[in-house]
Ligand binder design. Structure first.
Ligand code: PLP
Length: 380
């Protein structure tokens, strides 16, 4: 059987270092706001190339905290608008709502599934304060286009980098010439999730914010700690959101292998791209051979077909597990339908109707990848 993502196997491959790290924290007697968290924050800031990294309880909190901090700074006020791609995991959109702001849903480009800046520009109003690109499936969004838009309309850029740990942008951003910039360093502030299935995953929940903005970083830290600037002194109506010592220690063990794992993900993507019989009608790949480069860390390898459900059942019958990211788009969810259900988002709906994610664990063998390819080719 080929699992979609064998987390047991992935985490076992970090032994014995992983268990040593857990035991060290367990025996230390210190479980929150300690050395392991401070160390991982420094390591992850260095990795991303940002001045600051602040650990959080999860990816949703990381996004929400960025917007709450901008509210405290007076950069954004209740009801201000944030442009966000409609075809994302619902957390991206919920973070805006949780901060008292208004999500404005934007269509993606069908070729990349990432935000379409031309459509985004048509959505800008007097109240637009930020644009929130999501690097969906591990592929960096058109950040040149996003920068241009943000500069022309005076918008903040907040990155949802929850699927793109380690991705390196291959184009030049204004004011950042000659630098290779990673996800998390392509915006005013970025949010990561360390949910176990992400490219860098904890053994439970975890998240982080990366930014160069020192005042934003400070306020995020206060808000994440009950709005407290010093013990028992509360300046803001904060929340409680912490990356704990155990998860931080786990992430410090796993971070040094992230680039290598991402290289292996690209190798698998290359095998899929070259060997699946795309020429048959009705099976589509949005990844071109030129797209298999460092700006894509293949958190997900998506294929598209109007026979998606049939293909998924066929794969399952042959012991190959796949997933759908995501079966119901956010604007069609009961939670959001009143506000957004009437909106016409045909590209988003097409993606949600046809997407199927193939197994892409960095620990898959070439033989296993070959089995997936043969099975798909026998279906079409
Ligand atoms: C996983 C994910 C999140 C949320 O992260 P959690 O840690 O589960 O809260 C947000 N946005 C995207 C695009 C994600 O994939």
């Amino acid at each position: 059987m080929i699992k979609y993502l064998d987390l047991q196997k992935i985490n076992a491959s970090f032994e014995p270092a992983l268990s040593d790290a857990l035991l060290r924290v367990s025996r230390s007697g210190w479980y929150l706001h300690g050395e392991a968290t401070a160390r991982f924050e420094q390591e992850f800031a260095d990795f991303c190339g940002t001045a600051h990294c602040i650990g959080t309880g999860n990816g949703l909190d990381a996004l929400t905290l960025i917007f709450l901090a901008y509210r405290e700074l007076g950069v954004m006020n209740a009801g201000d608008e944030v442009i966000v791609p409609a075809n994302t995991y619902i957390a991206t959109i919920l973070s805006i709502l949780h901060a008292g702001l208004k999500p404005v849903l934007c269509e993606p480009l069908p070729e990349t599934c990432n935000i379409d800046v031309i459509h985004a520009e048509t959505l800008i109003t007097q109240r637009t304060r930020a644009i929130l690109p999501v690097h969906l499936y591990g592929r960096l969004a058109d950040m040149q286009g996003v920068y241009d838009l943000a500069a022309r309309y005076g918008l903040k850029i907040v990155e949802d980098a929850a699927q793109a740990h380690g991705a390196i942008y291959d184009k030049v951003l204004p004011g950042k010439e000659k630098q290779l910039l990673r996800a998390g360093n392509l915006s005013d502030a970025a949010a990561f999730s360390f949910y176990p299935a992400k490219n860098l995953g904890a053994l439970g929940d975890g998240g982080a914010i990366t930014t160069h903005d020192t005042s934003l970083a400070a306020i995020v830290r206060f808000i994440a700690n009950y709005g407290s600037t010093e013990k028992y002194v509360h300046l803001y109506q904060g929340i409680n959101s912490r990356l704990d010592e155990l998860q931080a220690a786990v992430l410090s063990v796993k971070l040094p292998r992230l680039d290598k794992d991402n290289v292996r993900r690209r190798e698998i993507a290359q095998l899929y791209k070259e060997n699946i019989h795309w020429k048959y009608p009705k099976l589509q790949c949005t990844v071109s051979t030129e797209d298999i480069k460092e700006s894509n860390v293949f958190h997900i390898f998506p294929v598209f077909s109007p026979r998606r459900d049939e293909l998924q059942h066929y794969l399952t019958a042959h012991n190959i597990h796949s997933q759908i990211h995501y079966p119901i788009p956010p604007h069609r969810q009961k939670a959001l339908i009143q506000e957004y259900g009437m909106q016409q988002l045909p590209i988003t709906e097409h993606i949600h109707n046809e997407e199927l994610s193939l197994p892409i664990s960095p620990l898959l063998t070439n033989e296993e990848v070959g089995q997936v390819i043969d099975c798909i080719n026998s279906f079409v």
